[in-house]
Ligand binder design. Structure first.
Ligand code: C2E
Ligand code: CA
Ligand code: CA
Length: 429
């Protein structure tokens, strides 16, 4: 039998590819040829189906770790592409838990039907064959995760209706002036029993269920409303800063034709200049849905919105594509700041990312700055904006208003530390 590290096999006509009852470690995609699927009914071999080029077989046993339910034989010479258990399981893991449960239930029912059919064919009942302990455990796990996900979606739906979602705001600081340039709006769920729930606990469920569209609309409206008040506060304090705000959006919104119209209506409702609102889209979203995303991005650019590429460095962008997208800002992912600024090679990577952004005419933000030495290095490399706990965690609207009022003191403090460190680095050569 093929091992899972083989990638493709040519099988001569008449070869049994696997037997009923064996453990399955891979599935097969037929590139060329025909196979026959059969099962043993008493002493008789019963042919169930034939599969031809483009079809898949052997996936059932891999999905739920049960023995092969049929024998497969090559009718003609076959060219088979091997899909390993690891490859299949990696995909299953990423699947919506509800879909995963439906898949395991369908498999279970299909096996039940097969067993009954065999039983009837030989005129007596085949004793019930229970699933293996491992099979039962994985089924129970799939059910548990599906129930949790369905419950989460239901309560999230209620939370949106009851207006339990709130925004927190994290400032982005200009590296040259040390002033607040903008805020990133980050959603939280003010749960009546569990307190403040972070977005990591519900954004994936919101994306898979489609609820993210309602959330994004709420976030964009609220962000525009908040920006109006933050700017009024800044003006009252006599600052000349043209504050802006950014929101996170996902591929779902970008596929929605009405999305840009909705943003326009929010901008009008709150009297917000389009360039003051930035949409943050991740690099992987840009690359995965390039054509749809490009179309929506062009509409956003036409109405004057700003666009930032979020989590830059994590999404395997093809640099040759980057210049095609009408973007304004690169946000270097915080993993580069956290892990790499301590080593020479890491520093060079961040320096190159900043140079790449500038070379493309973009502004560069570094995320996740927690230590003054990170700020110093980034400032030295010409980074334009800082974002991170060193300056401020994401804070409530009232606290963001206070930041706008009182920032000067904090800024001097943070920069004093950063400057001192930079001087000591230079002095050390
Ligand atoms: P993100 O867009 O990369 O947002 C930045 C995240 O990094 C925020 O986490 C922020 O609190 C955290 N962060 C900022 N500075 C530091 C730092 O110095 N150190 C560390 N360790 N973390 C820092 P948060 O608020 O939990 O958000 C997590 C993610 O949830 C966001 O990552 C974004 O992908 C998603 N998200 C948040 N709000 C929304 C939203 O309204 N819509 C959508 N679609 N996604 C959202
Ligand atoms: Ca973001
Ligand atoms: Ca980010």
């Amino acid at each position: 039998m093929p091992t899972t590290d083989e990638y493709r096999r040519t099988i001569p006509a008449g070869t049994v590819i696997f037997h009923e009852g064996e453990t399955g470690n891979c599935a097969y995609v037929i590139e060329r040829g025909t196979v026959e699927i059969s099962t043993q009914v008493g002493s008789e071999k019963m042919v169930i189906a034939r599969r031809v080029a483009g079809e898949i077989f052997g996936e059932m046993a891999v999905v739920d770790n049960r023995p092969r339910s049929a024998t497969v034989t090559a009718v003609t010479e076959c060219e088979l592409l091997i899909l390993s258990a690891e490859q299949l399981h990696a995909r299953l893991k990423r699947l919506d838990p509800v879909l995963r449960m439906v898949l395991t239930v369908i498999l279970e029912r299909f096996r039940d039907t097969m067993q009954r059919f065999k039983s009837e064919a030989i005129g007596n009942l085949i004793p019930y064959q229970p699933a293996s302990t491992q099979g039962i455990e994985s089924q129970l796990q799939a059910h548990k995760e599906a129930i949790e996900r369905l419950e989460l979606e239901q309560s999230l739906k209620k939370a949106i209706a009851r207006k339990e979602l709130v925004l927190h705001y994290q400032p982005l600081i200009c590296c040259k002036t040390g002033r607040i340039k903008s805020f990133e709006a980050l959603v939280r769920w003010q749960h009546p029993n569990h307190g403040m729930v972070p977005p990591g606990a519900f954004i994936a469920a919101a994306e898979q269920s489609g609820l993210i569209c309602d959330i994004s609309r709420y976030v964009i409206d609220k962000a525009c409303e908040s920006l109006t008040m933050l700017r009024a506060e800044a003006q009252a304090m006599g600052t000349t800063e043209d504050l802006s705000i950014s929101v996170n959006v996902t591929a779902r919104e970008f596929a929605d034709e009405a999305f840009v119209d909705y943003i326009t209506s929010c901008l009008e409702r709150h009297n917000t200049a389009p360039h003051s609102l930035a949409l943050e889209i991740t690099e992987s979203m840009l690359m995965k849905n390039a054509e749809v995303t490009l179309r929506t991005l062009k509409r956003c650019r036409d109405i004057g919105l700003s666009i930032s590429i979020d989590d830059f460095g994590t999404g395997y962008s093809s640099f040759s594509h980057l210049h095609r997208f009408p973007v304004n800002t690169l946000k270097i992912d915080r993993s580069f700041v956290a892990e790499n600024l301590g080593e020479a090679s890491g520093k060079e990577m961040v320096r190159a990312m900043i140079a790449l952004g500038h070379g493309l005419g973009l502004e560069v933000v570094a995320e996740g700055i927690e230590h003054p030495h990170q700020a110093s290095v980034l400032q030295l490399f010409g980074c334009d904006y800082f974002q991170g706990y060193l300056f401020s965690k994401p804070v409530s609207f009232d606290a963001a208003m206070a930041l706008v009022r009182e920032w000067r003191g904090d800024e001097e403090q943070a920069f004093q530390v950063a400057n001192n460190l930079r001087q000591s680095i230079r002095a050390a050569g």
